[in-house]
Write a protein that binds this ligand. Structure first.
Ligand code: PMP
Length: 437
């Protein structure tokens, strides 16, 4: 695709992808389930852009809303000022959030939502006179964006090892006894719930009175599509409750219909104290993120003598008018197509098709929830991630966009997916798996 010699000015590592000496593939248009590339080829989008374009591409209501907003009000400062759509969007979101998470703080990305939630958790304890609660607990193989807080609580050592000590007082819940394997992937439905109990070990090690919050993704995406068994998240909730620790769900990818309900918390029946979202909040059309907080957290910050909010935090572009307009139109689009629960209706068909790949060459595990799929491959000897990448390239040549996370192929198609698209995704993948063998 692109001329490699032109890569030098714009060099986001993932885009340049020098690791495999690849030039980026250029996308020039999109509509519904499809991208179009610079050669005019149609490419089926198997990953909703990057887990974000949940309603499909270029939806007319969203496009019009952004255009109209740009012409009407381009910007409103978020300090001492606001604009009506910021309140309107927060109200609308509060109607679909899990129980009690009805206080909404806007950011511009998933990474910013994570930093915001971590700061809220520490500040919450401090304003209540529990200032010693500053520790944060993440999880091995968690992913929470790329800012300093996020890589500290994140479990991807490769993402943080060159940046020094990062946040102090961070620890990680163990995910598995065998680092080479995913503890949730052995095909036994309840296997792995006991890994939640490792949180109890950390509580004893550090003393509960020093711990502010635990942060986990209900379903980890970027670290290989890890779907917890029933009971795992509830066990984390119980341990947090017992010790006065806040529980944060990072729903940047599980939010907005991905697992069959508006949010993963609803799918797993566990309600966190704070929730981070981004991506699907605007259908990926304008950068935006948010933190959903329980009323008690909001109230703790509001009780100062003059209702001075004791939480200094916010971004120039928090609740940006374009993002709010896009967010409102996105919620309308989700409602029009009943999309926030559509993954639950498509789940069985998607799962059946996905699991038909179980016996293809080098497949060691297939897992799914809602419209999320993971196909874990046996790595090429001495070349981790390479086999999956080869399959990614083959699929691209055949007009299908997938994502690889290490040696796991991740699928998260737009929620408007129809049977014919599922067939095309699975046929293309089957061919690629066989050719790669
Ligand atoms: N948290 C999770 C769970 C994510 O999957 C991601 C992005 N893939 C992020 C945070 C970071 O989001 P962003 O790239 O918008 O900063």
């Amino acid at each position: 695709s692109a001329d490699v010699s032109k890569l030098d000015a714009y060099w986001m590592p993932f885009t340049a992808n020098r690791q495999f000496k690849q030039a980026p593939r250029l996308l020039t248009q999109a509509d519904g389930m499809f991208f179009r590339d610079d050669k005019g080829r149609e490419v089926l989008d198997g990953i909703a852009g990057l887990w974000c374009v949940n309603a499909g591409h270029n939806r007319p209501k969203i496009v019009q809303a952004i255009q109209q907003q740009a012409a009407e009000l381009d910007f409103a400062p978020p300090f001492q000022m606001a604009h009506p759509k910021a309140f309107e969007l927060a109200e609308r979101l509060a109607q679909i959030t899990p129980a009690g998470l009805n206080r909404i703080f806007f950011t511009n990305s998933g990474s910013e939502s994570v930093e915001t939630a971590l700061k809220m958790a520490i500040a919450y304890h401090r304003v209540r006179g529990e200032g010693a609660r500053t520790r944060l607990i993440g999880r091995e193989r968690g992913y929470h964006g790329v800012n300093f807080g996020g890589i500290s609580v994140g479990g991807m050592v490769a993402n943080r090892k060159m940046f020094g000590s990062l946040l102090s007082g961070v620890d990680h819940i163990r995910h598995t006894h065998d680092p080479a394997r995913n503890a949730f992937s052995v095909g036994v439905p309840q296997h792995g719930a006991e890994f939640a109990d490792d949180l109890e070990r950390l509580v004893q090690l550090h003393d509960a009175s020093t711990i502010a919050a635990v942060i986990v993704e209900p379903v980890a995406g970027s670290t290989g599509v890890l779907i917890p068994p029933q009971g795992y998240l509830q066990r984390l909730r119980d341990i947090c409750d017992k010790h006065g620790i806040l529980l944060i769900f990072d729903e940047v990818i599980t939010g907005f219909g991905r697992t069959g309900n508006p949010f993963g918390a609803q799918t797993f029946g566990v309600t966190p104290d704070l929730m981070t979202v981004a991506k699907g909040i605007t259908n990926g059309c304008v950068p935006m993120g948010a933190v959903f907080a329980q009323q008690k957290i909001h109230d703790a910050f509001m009780t100062g003598p003059e209702h001075l909010i004791e939480f200094f935090h916010g971004y120039t572009y928090s609740a940006h008018p374009l993002a709010c307009a896009a967010g409102l139109a996105t919620l309308d689009t989700y409602a029009d197509g009943d999309l926030l629960t559509r993954a639950a209706r498509m789940q069985d068909e998607f799962a059946k098709a996905l699991h038909s790949l179980r016996d293809e060459p080098n497949v060691i595990d297939v897992r799914n929830i809602g419209l999320v799929g993971g196909i874990e491959l046996k790595p090429l000897d001495g070349q981790p991630a390479k086999r999956a990448f080869n399959i990614f390239l083959d699929c691209w040549d055949k007009g299908l966009l997938i994502r690889t996370t290490g040696d796991t192929i991740a699928l998260s198609p737009p929620l408007i997916i129809e049977s014919s698209h599922i067939e095309r995704i699975i046929d293309t993948l089957r061919g690629a798996l066989r050719r790669a063998a």
